[in-house]
Design a binder for this molecule. Structure first.
Ligand SMILES: *Cc1c(COP(=O)(O)O)cnc(C)c1O
Length: 276
């Protein structure tokens, strides 16, 4: 059987580095918000060309942190594709808000920008005030953020990119991380950049929103540990997972190239048999 994602052979390439990184964490013992967390945030921010990277406990929590940063209130609506992983839509009801489903393009399975107006009208007819859009880049491919961004600007909406499956990719030469005001990703093991457990991150250039998310991932912490200035979560990235990501990020670009080569081979050989 050919594994869909061969994490074992990938691990063989970096096993020594992972062992070394994990041993370092066991030695210093800073399991929560240790130096590896800050170090991987700096590396990831640079990788995504983003001013801030706020690491967190999962891709789902990344979306919740992003929605908290946008100030989403109960009862408000957020447009989301009708075909995506459940988490993209699940996060709205978690915050008492409403997912407003929009049609996807049957070629890409991503949001069809031409159908965003329908979703907005349907929500309006139901009395739901739509405030933003969560676009999703499914199967490695970003959504059409040029068109989605234009629609959002016309209608006064914010845009969050759910890039759990498209981190490392780009749209018209603009890398994922810069396609929307806030970009969320997941480090679940099977995602493009995965750790060995749960993890995620939000990318943004906005200083104020970055500060809100850094606070919300630690119980709405203020300047000191027991000063809690807003409602938050326990949503930190473990130091152990940051240590794994450090080793994985070294070979990330190369792994993406290899994956693309495999995909190209499948596409070429299946060409006259099925639509790829
Ligand atoms: C995996 C995934 C998520 C959630 O990520 P977790 O780390 O599993 O919480 C969100 N959106 C999409 C599109 C995903 O594929």
């Amino acid at each position: 059987m050919i594994p869909f994602i061969d994490l074992a052979s990938q691990q063989a390439r970096i096993r020594e580095r992972i062992d070394h990184n994990l041993a370092t964490v066991l030695d210093h013992g800073a399991y929560i918000m240790g130096p590896e967390v800050l170090a991987i945030e700096a590396r990831l921010a640079e990788h995504a060309g983003s001013k801030h990277c706020i690491s967190c406990s999962s891709g789902t929590d990344a979306l919740i942190l992003a929605l908290l940063a946008q100030g989403l209130r109960p009862g408000q609506g957020v447009i989301v594709p009708s075909f995506t992983f459940a988490a993209s839509a699940e996060v709205m009801p978690v915050l008492g808000a409403v997912p407003v489903f929009a049609e996807v393009d049957p070629q890409t399975f991503n949001l069809d920008p031409a159908r965003l107006g329908d979703a907005l009208a349907t929500a309006g007819a139901a009395g739901v005030e739509v405030v933003g859009i969560i676009g999703v880049g499914l199967f490695g491919q970003p959504a059409d953020y040029t068109a989605i961004g234009a629609f959002a600007a016309e209608n006064g909406l914010w845009v969050i990119d759910d890039a759990a499956q498209s981190f490392g990719s780009s749209w018209n030469d603009v890398p994922v991380g810069q396609l929307a005001e806030l970009t969320c990703t997941s480090f679940f093991p099977a995602k493009p950049l995965g750790c060995y457990g749960d993890g995620g991150a939000v990318f943004t250039d906005d200083d104020e929103k970055a500060e809100i998310m850094r606070s919300c991932r630690i119980h709405g912490m203020g300047r000191t540990r027991y000063e809690n200035i807003r409602i938050g979560m326990t949503a930190r990235l473990d130091t152990m997972q940051a240590a794994v990501l450090d080793a994985k990020l070294d070979i990330f670009a190369d792994e993406l190239t290899r994956r693309q080569q495999v995909a190209d081979r499948y596409a070429a050989m299946l060409d006259h048999l099925v639509e790829t």
